[in-house]
Ligand binder design. Structure first.
Ligand code: SAM
Ligand code: SF4
Ligand code: SF4
Length: 335
């Protein structure tokens, strides 16, 4: 198969420049929509990619044109020495941007070290501003800790700080407007994410689904017109808007009601070292064994260039009629 050694391009012409790395499946929260509440077995530590393996795969991908890396999980901040990993990946030639998606529970204590390690882009997941409801959604009473983590991140100068809010009818749809107000008050990007059916034991149901369009109209009724913000070339999947007089912005991520697959630039590596070419496709490629057997950088480069040709054009809809879904749990894919 012919391929250009400096770029990773799939068979639909899409350039792959963004790597999402799940660095652990463990988590200090139990969000009901993400993890099973009981009978959950963490992956044994020997199955989780080691730091040197993560660095090798990222180095090779950076040579193939990957510029942006996101650390996710599970909860990435529960991984021991995560700050060192962030610093090591940040130091790789070709990596221009490192980002981290976190539930924010450990941010208050780790934010300064992460900033010093070169991290600037933070996504913090928060589905409610009400402490009691936080406990109902996440199974833990950590709302105030997370809020302090958000304040600390803004103080330190992380930019952008994005808040991920998963919209769930009957659970937190009455807070959509309050979250939009947050973006008026603070220099935050509040991103409203459509609830997705991920994982074999997903709690997803059509009755809990709230579309981006519905959320937009709830916000406009209360706070006035949402003004579209011009998209940067490497903009993510969110459609961004500003509100009159707002310090921050709001964004809408609509995997179920809109399609952004035609510009998909991403590749995922799970905590146990399997490459996923599409969030919704359970087709995975074993990478950990190759790394443990000492694969050379040039063979690894060849491996990525070959498998990328199997990236689907868009999510596959065969399983549940019109709704995309997948079997692997969100906590080991990382979003
Ligand atoms: N623990 C970290 C966190 O919560 O930010 C990182 C991993 S978490 C799996 C990544 C993101 O996926 C979070 O923003 C979470 O809210 C989102 N998420 C998890 N399950 C989801 C689902 N079924 N639909 C939409 N978003 C989901
Ligand atoms: Fe943990 Fe994030 Fe999943 Fe919540 S969404 S259980 S914080 S991995
Ligand atoms: Fe990319 Fe798959 Fe998400 Fe579409 S559904 S944007 S192809 S990861």
């Amino acid at each position: 198969m012919e391929y250009n050694q400096d770029t990773l391009r799939d068979s639909f012409g899409r350039l792959i420049t963004y790597l999402r790395l799940s660095i652990t499946d463990r988590c200090n929260l139990r969000c009901f929509y993400c993890m099973p509440q009981a009978d959950f077995n963490w992956m044994p530590p020997r199955k989780i990619l080691r730091f040197e393996e993560i660095v090798q795969l990222t180095r090779v991908l950076a040579k193939l044109g990957v510029k942006k890396v996101r650390f996710t999980g599970g909860e990435p901040l529960v991984r021991k020495d995560v700050v060192k990993l962030v610093a090591d990946v940040n130091g790789l030639d070709g990596i221009k941007e490192t980002c981290l998606t976190t539930n924010g529970v450990l941010l208050r204590s780790l934010a300064s070290e992460l900033f010093n390690a070169g991290l600037r882009h933070l996504n913090i997941s928060l589905d409610t501003l009400r402490a009691k409801r936080f406990e109902q959604i996440t199974g833990r009473d950590f709302f105030h800790q997370v809020w302090e983590g958000i304040e600390k991140s803004l103080e330190l100068g992380f930019s952008p700080v994005k808040i991920n809010f998963v919209m769930m009818r009957g659970k937190n749809d009455d807070e959509v407007v309050d979250f939009a107000r947050l973006a008026q008050r603070f220099d935050l990007e509040v991103r409203f994410i459509e609830f997705m059916p991920i994982g074999k034991h997903s709690k997803w149901g059509k009755q809990h689904f709230l579309s981006s369009d519905e959320a937009k109209s709830l916000i406009e009724q209360e706070l006035g017109r949402l003004v579209p913000v011009r998209r940067e070339d490497d903009a993510g999947p969110a459609d961004m808007y500003s509100l009159h007089g707002s310090a921050g912005k709001v964004g809408f991520i609509s995997p179920l009601s809109h399609r952004f697959c035609s510009s998909c630039n991403r590749l995922r590596v799970t905590a146990d070292g399997r490459v996923r070419l599409c969030l919704f496709s359970d087709l995975e490629f074993e990478l950990r064994d190759l790394l443990r057997k000492g694969i050379s950088d040039s063979h690894l480069s060849h491996f990525f260039s070959e498998i990328i040709l199997r990236k689907p054009a868009r999510y596959l809809t065969a399983k549940k009629k019109d709704v995309p879904s997948c079997d692997r749990q969100m906590s080991s894919i990382g979003g």
